[in-house]
Write a protein that binds this ligand. Sequence first.
Ligand SMILES: [Zn+2]
Length: 309
Amino acid sequence: MKFLLPLALLTVMISSVSAQERKIEFSTVQLSDTVYMLGGNGGNVGISTGEDGLYIIDDKVEPVSTQLLQAIRKISDKPIRFVINTHYHFDHVGGNEMIGKTGSTIISHDNIRQRMTSVQVNNFLERTFQPSAEPALPVLTFNDRMSLHFNGESATVYHVPNGHTDGDSIIYFSGSNVIHMGDMYFNTMYPYVDLDAGGSIEGVIAAADLALSLADEGTRIIPGHGPLAVLEDLKFYRDYLVEATANVQVLIDEGMNLGQVIAAQPTAQWDEELGRTWITPPQFVNFIYSSLEDIHRYTPEPAEAVATD
Ligand SMILES: [Zn+2]
């Protein structure tokens, strides 16, 4: 059940045809007098707008940078003063270079800048990411938390360690009662845990617990991917992560290896609802198993997954 609808639902569709004939569409939802969520084509973007100007949280994938700027300009034509990156993944920092060149100051946790200035091997995506160009790099970095006092409210950026990656932040807008969780929250689908970048299921659960401690029944919660959420959705997420992790631990304690744990289907009760969009049930179980066993690298599921009796 959803407790609240957005104050105003404003849908801005910006369509264009790329070289690949792909449609680019963003959905813009107003969450308070000053805060918006911009969904579609990469991670969900948060926007603060008001008398002081604009700042944004994340900026999607690089090929849609122009369209992202156009969508932001439909909300306000004031300068974009800051960009806060929730983590280093390409679908959250892709617009850094173009928006940075408009004069924005890019802000992130220390580990994001470190990963963006070095080669990153992602065994899950089977991709290697080269260092980012200088204009795309964060120029202000922090190690724990920081606050922005802007557009009539304070927003606190909390580093949440070793969850989706080792450099994630969640952002709490105290006046607007909005939390942007970046990829610590995948709504309506199993989460991706980037084991190659310091992620762990325990860190994802800890981030959900922090967000729950900040939220009340009026809080609107922006996930990194998926639809806008409310408290009840986040509680469901946190509870199934805890329960799934406990289920896997029981099987590990019985002496099962990864293939056997996957074959035992410890997440079966949620697989139909959450395991069909992106992360599959075996991949989700793999993330949990590897976290609990301290395996810091994603390895494909064994071809032969045989359960013991
Ligand atoms: Zn991510």
